[in-house]
Design a protein around this ligand. Structure first.
Ligand SMILES: C[S@@+](CC[C@H](N)C(=O)[O-])C[C@H]1O[C@@H](n2cnc3c(N)ncnc32)[C@H](O)[C@@H]1O
Length: 388
């Protein structure tokens, strides 16, 4: 069983609690409460608060019982009857705080029931066999949310900006009042560099048109239209595109994009010299290669521009194939310009310091970051799906 015991430190627990908008909750519950730091942070803000912790790890229950601050129950977050058990034992809960375990779990009948109960099952592709555990925990919290209560939950980047979970965001943002989405540094949790966000939300009492996106401990929140936030709701992306200096606009008809069709390992096995992310130079570089195209693999050819699409260190590195032809791995995106003039313009844009910074902030992913065709196309055409 995966427990994912990445506990929230005091500063991030306090940050979550500070950003809750509820005035004076009576009872706080943490589903997967761990060492209880989130609950303790809530107690620091509201002295009279009763604390309830649910966890599957008996060690955490015993520890809480010995401290007598938290009423602890040993239960699984994946039990469809959990909200009833909690309500029967403690009545209604007005504050739900959580940093759930992050891993992929089976979309079995129990998890389907949980998602169905809150209306989230319809937001998920029918072919999915696995779903993020954090989505199940979020659904359980939503099932417990009262009319006047509030949820504060820490989730990984996938739910906030991943393409796959866009229908989930649409559901949440249209049905609930999202009071904050706060980006946290990648270094927030020990032994992981997961990109995470605090989301605070309530039941809707009036219609809202935008969502405040912010970065922890900064007071320059950006209000983003719900329609844009549904596409992605990561603060750093919006901050970046709002600060971009507009350079030459390139028409999307003036270039084509492609990706390698074999992995690095497959190309190594075939025995061909090829370009993989680890071969991409630190600085934008022009390359002359004396080689000719290889059959059955995707080759970059002269005048193409290559860009590394994955890898924390390599992502966004660029290479201009000045002459020759060479296979590329599937971790590289190639761009073929319509002609030399367009090629020079594209190279100027993609080899700029501004582009590197844009790609860093626009990259998607929780741990391993990646960029898509769209990330690059939007930059080249100056046409972000998101309005400025
Ligand atoms: C990422 S930790 C967070 C702990 C705590 N909420 C915090 O913020 O420090 C996830 C917690 O969920 C608990 N957990 C994992 N799987 C669970 C399950 N199926 N049901 C209940 N709790 C679970 C783990 O034992 C762990 O305490």
């Amino acid at each position: 069983m995966q427990l994912n015991q990445y506990y929230t430190s005091k500063i991030y627990s306090d940050a979550l609690v500070k950003n809750l908008t509820i005035a004076s909750p009576q009872t706080a519950l943490d589903l997967g409460f761990g060492a209880g730091e989130l609950l303790c942070a809530a107690k620091r803000r509201w002295d009279n608060l009763s604390l309830i912790g649910i966890d599957i790890d008996r060690k955490n229950i015993l520890y809480a019982e010995s401290n007598k601050l938290i009423k602890a129950l040993e239960l699984s977050g994946f039990d469809p009857s959990l909200p009833n058990i909690i309500n029967d034992s403690f009545g209604e809960i007005d504050l739900l705080i959580s940093n759930p375990p992050y891993f992929l779990c089976d979309l079995d009948s129990n998890n389907k029931k949980i998602l169905q109960a809150i209306g989230l099952l319809d937001c998920i592709s029918k072919n999915l066999k696995k779903v993020p555990a954090e989505l199940i925990f979020l659904a359980q919290n939503l099932r417990l949310l009262t009319k006047t209560g509030e949820i504060g939950i820490i989730v990984p980047a996938g739910l906030v900006s991943g393409q796959k979970w866009l229908p989930v965001r649409q559901f949440l943002f249209e049905k609930y009042n999202i009071t904050n989405i706060i980006q946290l540094p990648e270094s927030s949790f020990k032994k992981t560099d997961a990109q995470t966000f605090i989301i605070t939300l309530k039941n809707k009492t009036k219609s809202c048109k935008s969502i405040p996106l912010s970065y922890i401990d900064r007071d320059d929140a950006i209000d983003v239209d719900i329609s844009n936030a549904i596409v992605r709701s990561d603060y750093r992306f919006y901050k970046e595109i709002n600060s971009l200096e507009y350079t030459d606009k390139i028409s999307s008809e003036d270039f084509e994009m492609y990706r390698g069709n074999k992995s690095h390992n497959e190309l190594v096995k075939i025995g061909n010299t090829h370009i993989h992310t680890t071969d991409m130079p630190h600085q934008p570089t022009l390359l002359d290669i004396g080689t000719t195209p290889v059959d059955n693999v995707k080759n970059a050819k002269s005048n193409d521009i290559l860009i590394a699409r994955v890898g924390r260190r390599c992502l966004g590195r660029t290479l201009f194939i000045h002459s020759g032809s060479i296979p590329i791995s599937d971790c590289i995106i190639g761009i073929t310009p319509k002609n030399k003039i367009v090629g020079d313009k594209i190279w100027k844009k993609l080899s700029s310091v501004q582009c590197k910074k844009y790609l860093t902030n626009a990259a998607l992913g929780v741990g391993a970051k990646y960029i898509t065709y769209k990330t690059i196309k939007d930059y080249l055409t100056n046409e972000y799906a998101i309005t400025k």
